[in-house]
Design a protein around this ligand. Structure first.
Ligand SMILES: [Zn+2]
Length: 189
């Protein structure tokens, strides 16, 4: 790809989730391709550790403020890509799991499987606060079981991503499971 194909560049910075000391630069570059398609290249790089990643995203992706929902019905759906911006709210209503917006949230860019792994880890840590005989334990264990089933594609759920800024997106593996509804700011507050 030549430099001439480059259209615009944007840069964002976040604290590195891996080493917590470095700053991650997220570079978004939009390219116009000869066949009139556009695509977005996202590059992540930490200035302290080796954490880095990059991806290519077709620009047919929706970047408008709104609520994105994706039904996850099998293992293929788990590979759908998710990018949550710092103002994006991520929910799985069937499991009552929520990630509230905030710059301190430790992941931004992953797939659905990656989100489930994060939740599984968080719930396992939470479980350690309870005594074996605590009536709460059963509920937590049931939740863990459901997350583990979900990781195998054996538990259907909805991933909902609300973003008033329009910075978040999901790239579905199966487009028929994907819906988008535009919202205004008042509606989400
Ligand atoms: Zn780092």
């Amino acid at each position: 790809m030549s430099e001439k194909a480059k259209k615009s560049e944007e840069e964002f910075h976040f604290q590195c989730p891996a080493c917590k000391k470095g700053t991650i630069s997220i570079k978004k570059t939009v390219y116009d391709l000869p066949d009139k398609d556009k695509m977005l290249i996202i590059k992540f790089e930490c200035n302290k550790c080796n954490y880095s990643d990059n991806d290519i995203i077709p620009l047919t992706t929706n970047f408008k403020p709104g609520i994105i929902s994706l039904k996850v019905t099998d293992e293929t759906d788990l590979q759908s890509k998710v990018y949550r911006s710092p103002i994006g709210k991520l929910e799985i209503p069937e499991l009552e799991l929520v990630i509230e917006p905030g710059p301190s949230a430790t992941f931004y860019y992953t797939n659905i499987e990656g989100i489930l792994f994060r939740f599984e880890n968080a719930v396992s840590i939470y479980k350690k606060n309870f005594d074996k005989n605590d009536p709460h334990i059963n509920e937590i264990e049931e939740l863990l079981e459901n997350i583990q089933k979900a990781l195998k594609g054996e538990f259907e759920f909805t991933l909902r991503l609300s973003d008033t800024g329009g910075g978040s997106y999901i790239i579905p593996q199966n487009k028929s499971n994907y819906t988008f509804r535009a919202i205004n700011n008042q509606e989400i507050q």
